[in-house]
Write a new protein. Sequence first.
Lengths: 106, 492, 680, 166, 506
Amino acid sequence: MNGFSPQDLNSYLVLGAILFSLGLYTVLTRRNAISVLMGVELILNSANINYVAFAHFSSGGVDGQIYAIFVIMLAAAEAAVGLAIVLAIFQIFHTIDVSATETLKE
Amino acid sequence: MDLGNLGSLDFFYPESILTGTILLVIALDLVLKNKRVVGILSLLGCFLALGATLQLYGSSGGWLFQRMIVLDNFSLFFKLVALAAAILVLLMSLSSREVETLHQGEYCAILLSSTLGMFFMASSTNLLMAYLSLELVSITSYILTGFLPHNRRSSEAALKYLIYGGVASGTMIYGMSWIFGMTGTLDYAGIHQALFSGAPNRVALFTAFVFILAGFGYKIVFVPFHMWSPDVYQGAPTPVTAFLSVGSNAAGVAILVRFFFPAVSQVAPDGSWRFLSGVEWPQFLLMVSMVTMTLGNLSALGQQNVKRLLAYSGIAHAGYILMGLVVLNNEGLQAMLFYIVVYLIMNVGAFLVVVVVANATGKEEIQDYRGLAWRGAVVPAVSMAIFLFSLTGLPPFAGFVGKFFLFAAVIKQEFYLLAVVAVINSVISLYYYAYIVKVMFLDFPEPSDGQIQTSPGAGILLGLLSCMTLVIGIYWGPLVAFTNQSLKFFSK
Amino acid sequence: MEHPIQTDYLRWIVLLPLLGAGLNGLLGAPLQKRIGKWWVSVVACAPVVLAFAVSLAAFFKLRALHPEQRFLIDRVYSWLSLGSLHVDVSFWVDPLSAVMILVVTGIGGLIHIYSTGYMHEDRAYWRYFAFLNLFTFSMLLLVTADSLLLMFIGWEGVGLCSWALIGFWYHDHVNTRAGNKAFIVNRVGDFGFILGIFLIFWTLDQQGHGTVTFREIAQSASLFQGQQIWGAGVVTLATLFLFVGATGKSAQIPLHVWLPDAMQGPTPVSALIHAATMVTAGVYMIARLNFLFSMAPLTLGIVAGIGAATALMAATIALTQTDIKRVLAYSTISQLGYMFLAAGVAAYGAAVFHLMTHAFFKACLFLGSGSVIHAMGGEQDMRKMGGLRKAMPVTFWTFTIAVLAISGAPLTAGFFSKDEILWQAYTSKHSLIWLWVLGLIGAGLTAFYMFRQLFMVFFGDSRADHHTQEHLHESPKVMTLPLVVLAIGSIAAGWIGLPAAFGHNLFAEWLEPVFGPHEEVHASFAAEVGLMAVSVAVASFGVFLAYLMYYKRSLAPERFASIAGGFFYRLFHNKWYFDEIYQFVFVGGTLLLARVGAWIDQHIIDGIVDGSAKTTAFISWINGLFDNYVIDGMVNAVANITYWTGGKFRKVQTGNINSYLYVILAAVVVAIIVKLRFSS
Amino acid sequence: MDLATVLFYLIAVITIGSAAMVAFSRNIIYSAFSLLGTFAGVAGIYIFLGADFVAAVQLLIYVGGILVLILFAVMLTHRITDVQITNRAAGRLPGLALVAILLALLIHTIRQTPWAKVKEVVYAPTTAKIGDLFLRNYLLPFELASLVLLAALIGAVVLARKEIRE
Amino acid sequence: MTDHVLTYMTFFPLAGMIVVLLLPRDRHELIRWTSAIFTVPPLLLAVWLYHNFDITNPGLQFREQIPWIPAYNIQYFIGVDGISISMVLLTALLSFLCIFASWGIDKGVKGYFALFLLLDTGMMGVFVALDFFLFYIFWEVMLLPMYFLIGIWGGPRREYAAIKFFLYTLFGSVLMLLAILALYFSSEPQTFDMTQLIAQSNKYGTTPLAIWPFDHLRWGFQHVVWMALFVGFAIKIPAFPFHTWLPDAHVEAPTAISVILAGILLKMGTYGILRINFPMLPDATADLAYVLLGALGTWNIIYGALCAMAQKDFKKLVAYSSVSHMGYVMLGMAGFTSQGINGAVLQMFNHGTITGMLFLMVGVIYDRAHHRDVEGFGGLASVMPVYTAISALAIFASMGLPGLSGFISEVLVLLGSWQKYPILTVFAATGVILTAGYLLWTIQRVYLGPINEKYKAMPEINARELFTMVPLGIIVIIVGVYPSVVLDLLRASLDQLNQTVVAHLG
């Protein structure tokens, strides 16, 4: 099972690792909240690939898959909240003068 | 004892009560006009849950819901802490101007669900449950942070918090996935069994642990996962800040201990823990602990905003608390539990004072505390002094006893370097704590500074908390016994 | 000496003056205001007179005893008792201290009486007497103490009183400075003294006889044999330490500088403290510990040398002084030098003898000068005097007698005592001939400057201004009476110590129990008489010179002054520049050190403390910078979410996540790499 | 090399490629859209792993939900008039280096690690099993998740609606 | 009553504090008198204690021992012996007198006296506590009131002084805490009971340690612990170079507090060394005493005297004289002779009374002239003779003039240290000269000389001020003439203590 093939667990893991790294890279280099969120999504997906792969090759059963499903659910929840916050901020700027708004830095 | 879903319900009252309360609150919020009732109601719910929890405390313990969560004194201890935090914070909220403007119903509901999340964090024995509960607490925390309407500070803090949270938990589950891959199971007991029977790859395991620590550490707020806390603490409504500073910190400790001690370490009869040989996460934590307390204290030095300062001091205290972990024995854990209780009391107290002052002046800068003692706010000033000195760790206050036990544990294990670092840190910390005290007592108010009224409720609560700080500082026998008893992990 | 005779009245010799001091000190002011000065005088003088009576009683008690048992003790209470150190407060009287208490109370009493006249006009009359009594107490304590430590109390006590009395007129800083000088110089001496005590105590203690009591030290003196410390003999070192103390009190080189300034005090004080009693404490101490000094030839040599040198040097300075009291002051120093010379050649008897006679005539001289100053309205400069002998006959005659005595005119007390010393210096086996020579020259100079003074003050015609001349008057009886008594003393006191040549030396015999048998010098009668002749000749030569210069004025002093380009004159007149040197070296040095110390404290040590604080603050600042600029600043710098408002870009920071993640990630990577290296 | 493998390669390439786009694209909208590719690709991977249900969920929730949310956010915060949204990123190189090292480490570790193995790998429809487990072993998480969603819902509402009160 | 005498002495003031807190804030007279009244019982009890103290018994007396936190063997364990008795008496006396010295306080009277009484309890507790934990608690309890008393009622730079004092002391005490824990864990059974720890002193090894990261430490466990404790105590003494908090604290603190600081707090350092370092770590003591007590003490004497000489501020001058005088204590205890150690403790007592007088004396003119510049006065002797007289007494006592208490202790110390360190003693003895130097100079500048016109009309010292100083003056004289009144109390215990260490001298 050397080489990169669909029968090989490692190939999936490597795939996951690559996704993870890309997600991390996004988070690292992006200054933009939404881009960072995208990076997070990549990370989550990489984890999910691992889970499903392990479910398939390592543990058998569907525990891993279920884990993945939950991750997806929570990702959705988080995204919803995140968007709500962005919206809130967006709304604030309609009403208050931005040049006067100070940021969190003391 | 290993119960199925139905059987578990008998041991599930506290959670059920909380859930019920949450739903009730949401429902009532739609019909009721007088929002205060909601607060009272949720308080009632908390007290009920408290009663239920106490009633369960000391029972033989066991697995519930197909080994999803566990019932033992350890988890119950943290449930009690979470409830105590919730109750205090609700009381605080009732006397806080800031909160009055909020949607009481949602506020309470979210607060309670956060508490519930902490319950599960303390008791989950399954990677999935751990992740879920963590997320529950996180998401609710984001919401609470962003709760202040029309307040950029608050919203920005929330967004920041959310993003850090996402990254942290993402990293964590990636780490968890490796554990799952190596052991083929999500269940702690299974993991423990697999790890200690087989010969897992140390490097992989270590990497996984580090990733998982990211998720936990971000709740406990230790370096380098602390960067969100100052902004969030400053941006969030003060009661929420208080809640986060004690509640999620404690819950984080709980979940961390739960995973790193019973799951991946073995306890020797003499109460000292043996970690997997070759996977030196304790050393990692040792460094983290030193860095955390030092960085926290140093950053606190320059702060002018009380909440921000308390945030940094919170980071420092997270460092102290970690001391109890790295010594890898029950004295250490016990000292840690003790410290968590003490920290809960004094920190909530401190934030309550912040609320009182903010109610009167609407400001949170240290300068706004000028001559507090001479502005008709003797009770807040004095109790603030008590809390701060207690945080410094001076006798005869509770904080001293807490630090004392931590030092004791550390020195017993001959971690002299850590002890010295901690000692120097507590001296440094004196500097900024005493600075606030100085401003409150040694400076005299300018004519511009108005008088400050304390609502009777807040006054009583403050008196209560400072008395507790003092009493525990002088007679802590019972509390020690309690923490001692709470150090029971259920396994088999 | 085995079983001393216990008594219980000796304490009163000491305590009576203390009583007087206490009364006047606490109640003096009101007494003086309410009842008047005479009452204060009674309170002051009565105790001393009574003490004199008690002393006499003690003296006769001793006389009655067999020489070997001439020894009374009065133990009051146990003072210190720690480990092997046991010190009692107890007084003793043996032939030596008997002499001293008689001198102190006797002459002291006279001076008290004299003072009632002299100080009569002073506002702080009571304070004066309080301190005078206190002084008498301390001095008596010093001479009757039976242990070194107790003696030390008197030793410092007299220092305190001398400080207080020199600075008696404290409104003028000149006086207070003189007082401080005296006290501090004495402290230097005491420093030596106390160390001497320690050394003695511990040396004996090592051999199980730790003690500071004179009698016990004497008994176990043999234990000092062969003891070494710092490569020197313990005895030598101990005696040297003690001698430092002696030089301080008795104004010997190099610690003599305070005595001339001490003349700032009231004249009777100069008479009592700085002539008759206190300054002789050093001599007394050496005599008291003669057995130790005799064991240390080196020390003896030094003592003798310093004594002779002082005698000469002081005399030379006295030649050039014009202040009536300073001349006397330097003559005192010089006479003390003789006493040390005697002690240094182990002729303790001679030393004490001269001490006693000197007490008489020097007291007489000072009181005389006091009487003169009194008459002159405070004027002390001899150049403004002259021709006073008609105005104040009594003073004149008594003064003359005293001058004769000090110059060593035959048959006066001074003649006998000084010749005794010179004789000893000449013959003693501890001695060297040049000591005798120095002594001889000194004698000559003494005769010269004393007569110079006599002539300048009492003969010739008055150089005082008109006003003063009119008010010239003889002093009241209370002042002249003591003068007379002392004058008589200055003659008669000598006869109890007739040289062996003329028969029987009562005084030496009386002191024998203390100093041991007076070793017989096998010198012929002729030799002794010859030496006397020589010294008399030298003295008369000095007198003759003075006569020519200051009476006949046929010989101009300037001629001598200009010898060697006036170098000597300037040297003498400026007191050999001791003060200047000390001021520069010691006072200046200490003050410099003090400033340095304070500076170090303020700048270095506090600097370090504050520095550490600053460093911490700095680190935290850096840290804050990192937080706020490196991390968030990076964030601020580059745009974030951009969204639409009024056609402008608005930013919101996601905060510092990215930069922190760099850190975290780096940390993690490092950790894992490390892990790899160690696990594989 | 059979069809499956080819397909697998293809999907892998799509996934990674579009993920790379997300990571490196200068334009946020491109990033957002290329995220779609990743999600879809991952779904495909799931199919390869015999996780049909998960794949479905992935498509539904991620593509149908989250992605839409994100796009919505981007649009909303993006100025409608076509301004090129600059999406500059700082510290690319160090980040790249760091991540590269990490990736290397991860892959190295992955290869080293003896992962748990099942006797034989089975391909079977999982939906029924999953549904069953949700109501048995994973009942509690299931309920908990619903609570999370509820909280998130409320929260989202509260946060988003606040400006209505003004 | 009699079997809890120490408890009463310790906690009466605390009760007083509570009462004071209950009083209305503006009834100043009432508050003052109440606090005065609450310091009387301890004083009376102290007298009683003095009479019933068995001077022949070297062991502990009036001990009370009640378990407190049994789980950790922490007890409420107090008692006195020769080491502490003199300090207990001194504390009772000074805190009584200082209440009256504080009469002039008119800002925040209630808070002041409440804190003062709390401080009183803390001080008394430190001297009677025999359980290490209790000791530490009292030690720290003392800290807070002091911080506020200096910080609120102090002079212009009070905040700086207060925080400096606070930080210094805290730094010392946390080190002490570590040492305490180390001792606790090396004892068997683990205990904080000082007497038991002393009994096990042989357990604490001197074999070189290997503490990561210092793997090649030359010192043994004892030495490390000794040092940790010593630093804590040295800061209080204050020993060079930890002394710089003292001048600031003294200068800024109100008179009464300066008296307490110098009179009692400084003693805790030396007391701690005697009570803990000596018996508990005898080997380390034997090894380190020469440098850290003997030499450092000598250095203190000279250095302090020199600094004092350079001061222009009267209070600072006195403060530095304290540094100098505490040096004698260190030197004396390092001598390991009966004379030395007794002299040291006697010096602690005397310094308490003498320096107390000195600070009160400064306070008197400060209240009148509102400055403390030594150069700024002159000729006070003719303006206020009584004040001058009593000041002179204090100054001469401080100078170590025979017949006054200072002399006895200094001579004993020097005598005691000579045997072991003659050279050091010679240097230390020069301190006698320096002291005379700066004190006489001070007298001359302040009291003598021509009258300073500014202060021609300065009012004579009043009855209250006199009342605070005279008792101390009397003690100074009595102890000077008949030292046994104090020495007898100390001798038995101290000689025994000395023996225990001497046994370990190599």
